[in-house]
Write a protein that binds this ligand. Structure first.
Ligand code: TRP
Length: 445
């Protein structure tokens, strides 16, 4: 049977942008911008995306498309009989670790969407909003029920396959997402006092730059672009041979960044207009925003819109993480897709339940001094991703033959103007050093 694949440029694009755009853009990016001094952080972030990350996106696409296999097998094919396939195995583990906490937040989002549909946020009572959030996340049953439902939606899409599942639903969800974000941005920008938020986002204060800010920017670029664990290798394996990988990578990077900036534009003006500290952190989305919604006309409509956006963005990211594991399990164990997805979903749900419980009844259980939820977060974002990214650039720049890289990069020499030499130089020298710096900083901190 022919291996499933995306139907063309737009199909690949909505899927990869869907993977990239997620809670990382809508929640993590604005809050990091807030904590790291605003515009200056954004500029550094942009430089990293353009210079370091673009060539890595192409690298992952190349490894996948060349081999048309899951991340583990891809390394086995390109480097038979070597330990390189462990990078693929690490990717599968990273996918499961991310899923184990990301799906819990997906469950919260589901819960908040339903609450806003039911007009719960119409009373501007700040303490009750905080209590509501704490009560919800610490409750032993409620968030797990929502996480199970959230997983169900994702499992359904992944079961339907690449073209008829992931691509089909991304084609519907991504344009809707984009339109909804624009509406929210328009609302936020027209609030009285919005300009303080704009200044914060676009007027750089270079005195705020230090190594911590630089490193946070690179870490965020990796997380936001879904880099470093074979997610784009897996999607790359479904890219038709005649597509221009360089152009795809560029468009993906730019779109993801655009979404991040739009998320900043939707959130920061509102935050400033209502005098909330931009350094609020994790509670920003679930506590601070509902408070703002409670005070604006038609606030409930915007609350529904916002949590719908968050939910859609989370779904298109989670399906990409699930596909990494699904491709591996179906190809390695010759298992039917539906059976594989069902097994993976049950496994992820069990892990996610523990993360969820660690917010409440299991709060005393610590792994390396962290709650179960924080452990999965830290393990994946701070250890497995940078490590995986490091190995991927070393593999491309130093292990694979230059001709192989060139061949895929330029579709056997037929594409011109791909800046190959520059990208190759970055892969060999610049990217490994930059990633090593972030990684050492993260683990030594
Ligand atoms: N990029 C997504 C976000 O911004 C999260 C995500 C999906 C991810 N797949 C990934 C992160 C793979 C790292 C690796 O929310």
């Amino acid at each position: 049977m022919k291996r499933d694949e995306f139907s063309g440029f737009f199909g690949v694009l909505v899927a990869t942008v869907g993977s990239a755009v997620g809670l990382g853009n809508l929640w993590r990016f604005p809050y990091l911008v807030g904590q790291n001094g605003g515009a200056a952080f954004i500029l550094i972030y942009l430089a990293f995306v353009l210079i370091i990350c673009m060539p890595i996106i192409v690298s992952e696409f190349i490894i996948g498309r060349r081999t048309q296999a899951n991340t583990v097998k891809a390394f086995q094919i390109l480097a038979p009989g070597t330990p390189w396939s462990l990078v693929g195995v690490m990717g599968v583990i990273a996918a499961l670790a991310i899923l184990a906490f990301y799906t819990v937040v997906g469950g919260w989002t589901f819960d908040y969407l339903v609450r806003s549909v039911m007009y719960i946020f119409s009373k501007p009572d700040v303490t009750s909003l905080e209590q509501q959030f704490t009560q919800m996340v610490t409750s032993p049953v409620r968030p797990i029920v929502w996480t199970v439902l959230f997983m169900g939606v994702n499992a359904f899409i992944v079961m339907c396959g690449i073209k008829k599942g992931i691509e089909k639903y991304s084609r519907i969800m991504m344009p809707v997402l984009f339109l909804m974000v624009l509406i929210l941005v328009a609302r936020s920008l027209t609030l009285e006092g919005a300009s303080a938020g704009l200044q914060f986002l676009f007027k750089p204060d270079f005195s705020k730059i230090n190594t911590k800010v630089v490193l946070a920017a690179l870490g965020q670029a990796f997380f936001s672009l879904s880099l470093g664990m074979g997610c784009l290798i897996t999607y790359g394996s479904y890219i038709p041979k005649n597509e221009n990988l360089n152009k795809l990578a560029f468009t993906t990077g730019i779109s993801d960044t655009l979404f991040a900036v739009l998320a900043g534009l939707a959130i920061m003006p509102a935050v400033f207009a209502f005098g909330v500290s931009p350094e609020e952190g994790p509670g920003l989305v679930f506590i601070v925003l509902p408070r703002i919604f409670a005070q604006i006309p038609l606030g409930n409509v915007f609350a529904v819109l916002f949590f719908a956006i968050l939910l859609i963005a989370a779904i298109t990211s989670v399906i990409s993480l699930m596909e990494v594991v699904t491709a591996y399990v179906t190809e390695r164990f010759k298992m039917k897709r539906k059976v594989a997805v069902a097994l993976i979903s049950v496994f992820v749900t069990v892990c996610a339940s523990f993360s969820s419980l660690s917010q409440g009844v299991l709060a005393h259980v610590k792994i390396f001094g962290k709650s179960i939820f924080d452990f999965f977060d830290h393990l994946s974002a701070n250890i497995l991703l940078p490590l995986g990214g490091f190995f991927i650039v070393i593999f491309m720049g130093w292990y694979l033959k230059k001709e192989v890289v060139y061949d895929e990069y330029t579709n056997k020499g037929t594409l011109k103007g791909t800046l190959f030499s520059m990208s190759y130089f970055i892969l060999r020298y610049v990217a490994p050093v930059a990633i090593a710096a972030v990684f050492l900083d993260l683990i030594l901190r």
